[in-house]
Write a protein that binds this ligand. Sequence first.
Ligand code: PMP
Length: 383
Amino acid sequence: NRTRRRSSTQVSLQVNEPQDDSPAAPQPATAIREGIEGAIGNTPLIRIKSLSDATGCDILAKAEFLNAAGNSPKDRVALSMIQMAEAEGFLTPNSGDKVYEGTVGSTGISLAAICRARGYTAHICMPDDVAIEKSDLLLRLGAVVERVRPASIVDKGQFVNMARARAQQHTSDPNQKGRGFFADQFENPANYLAHLHGTGREIFEQTGGQLDAFVAGAGTGGTISGCALYLKPRLPNMKVVLADPQGSGLYNKIKHGVMFSPTEKEGTRRRHQVDSIVEGIGVNRVTHNFEAGRELVDDAVKVTDDQAMMMARWLVERDGLFVGSSSAVNCVAAVKTALELGAGHRVVTILCDSGTRHLSKFWAKAGTIGGDDEMTMDGILNP
Ligand code: PMP
């Protein structure tokens, strides 16, 4: 079955250190990078001055929007999933093989760009209420795009289920050239492994191991798990904190061990765009990639849409940093974590993507929140 899934026993067999020629391997700043893939990873860690001043802590953020293929951390994941699929014989470049994925955008955009570079076609299924600039970009990158009605994960028409079904249809159709490969970012361990070998290791090296907390949201959970799996064994006293948007069940899972109240059934709710304007993070199920590092997550912080929008405005007004919705959630949670730790600590978080990918939706609202009033940190934390 080419739209396979690996068991967790196979995960432990994966290589533990990046190969020398992998994009995750450190590159000297002066090195010429090989195409878009060569410019994935090794992103800068930047100090956010306004947040550091406001908390008395060192607030650092991994500028993942500088990854060269799709301008988000999903470049690492898309490349890792494709490389692993090629190594396992599920994909062959220029053979007509097609990569299918269910995504709210970022992973699709990264896959579409890398597919172009490697001789594949990408077929992306996404909810139809995701910011329109994401599907426009996918089309320009040559992907086939299916926008489907948002639905529960137990629904056949849900975007991830749709992508899986399309891959299976492709493979079983004798009239189709090549094979269908379901990338499956939520369950594919190549996701968190890319962050373990890349993002997490880079954060450790860039900080010299000097950090007190790592804060990140979870969509697939690959970022938080992969980074935690690299950092925690080396820094057992460092806190891993989940930044969770309103409407997501992961906060409850970390804080109370259960995602739903007894009256709610897992998988029957759909969070996406129903409960929050934030795209890319917050889910109501435990994916394999989240589960991989869940025990290493020490705490969770809930962030409302209003807080995220106000933080986005704060960052652009004070630092000239124009970020998307999940980055804003991460920054609110990083500030809350810093204030809890107290002055003099160092907190690292992730800037996932640019605000340009959120102009029509998140920024259409965030741009006007609070009117002409200047944002204050107190106003953000206590709206
Ligand atoms: N931010 C954005 C914009 C995303 O698209 C995603 C992934 N869906 C994330 C953050 C969360 O990353 P992860 O999937 O590794 O949990």
